[in-house]
Design a protein around this ligand. Structure first.
Ligand SMILES: NC(=O)c1ccc[n+]([C@@H]2O[C@H](COP(=O)([O-])OP(=O)(O)OC[C@H]3O[C@@H](n4cnc5c(N)ncnc54)[C@H](OP(=O)(O)O)[C@@H]3O)[C@@H](O)[C@H]2O)c1
Length: 213
């Protein structure tokens, strides 16, 4: 997909991979809508619009989708990037942590993808990319809330691809690798090059498991 003039929504754009991705998309000439819980860190991105929504409530995800579509008329590309990492043994059950993990990492991305992919399928063009973590989502000791919510995100990705993939909508997961951010302070790679790879996959309409040609 040629990104110039395309309307792109990036969640979790206040820092880390999402911020770098928003910057790369602005540089491509896309009309970029950026979201985070607060607009404080969104103002200097050069984005077309900024949106403050707390995605620990999926009702807010629906409201975000409607606000961005209302503002720009459509969304051509969704980057479901916002995420939280809660490290916890499964035997340590904390309902608030579990709730936040699944709402932010799985349910809100589900609502955004479903709501916005409907319009993409009608227009016969669009991209939905979900930030997945395939190294941990099959299961990782001490990372229950994060790993299991990311597994749900992978399931959503595959299901939505089966439903709208034949209608001109590319749906894929992007594995960023191990990136130095607040979520992974010991990560090996800086967000900038990772964001460039992510944008290249959006342009090609291919997930990170599929090599770019
Ligand atoms: N870093 C890695 O090595 C790695 C590996 C695999 C996958 N990933 C995935 O890549 C994505 C980005 O991760 P990152 O490393 O860039 O993390 P990060 O630096 O911690 O950034 C997380 C982003 O998510 C937003 N967010 C968190 N809770 C939110 C909420 N309740 N409502 C709305 N936005 C919320 C944050 O915005 P606020 O300013 O509002 O908090 C922030 O912009 C995540 O989905 C993560 O799981 C990362």
């Amino acid at each position: 997909m040629e990104l110039t003039g395309k309307v792109v929504l990036v969640t979790g754009a206040s820092r880390g991979i999402g911020r770098a991705t928003a910057q790369a998309l602005v540089a491509r000439g896309a009309t970029v809508a950026v979201a985070a819980t607060s607009e404080d860190a969104l103002g200097d991105l050069g984005a077309a619009s900024t949106h403050a929504f707390d995605l620990s409530d999926p009702a807010n995800a629906l409201a975000l989708a409607e606000e961005v579509e209302g503002r720009h008329g459509r969304v051509d590309v969704l980057v479901n990037n916002a995420g939280v990492r809660v490290d916890q043994l499964v035997t340590h059950v904390d309902l608030d942590d579990l709730d936040r993990s699944f709402q932010v990492n799985a349910l809100s991305p589900y609502v955004l993808a479903g709501r916005l992919a409907a319009g993409m399928a009608e227009r016969g063009e669009g991209v939905v990319v979900n930030l997945v973590a395939p190294v941990v989502s099959p299961g990782r000791r001490g990372m229950g809330p994060y790993a299991s919510s990311k597994a749900a995100l992978e399931s959503l990705t595959n299901t939505l691809r089966q439903e709208v993939g034949g209608k001109g909508v590319a749906v894929f997961g992007f594995d960023p690798g191990w990136v130095r951010t607040d979520l992974a302070p010991d990560g090996k790679e800086e967000p900038g090059p990772v964001a460039e790879r992510l944008v290249a996959h959006i342009e090609a309409g291919k997930g990170s498991k599929t090599p770019l040609s």
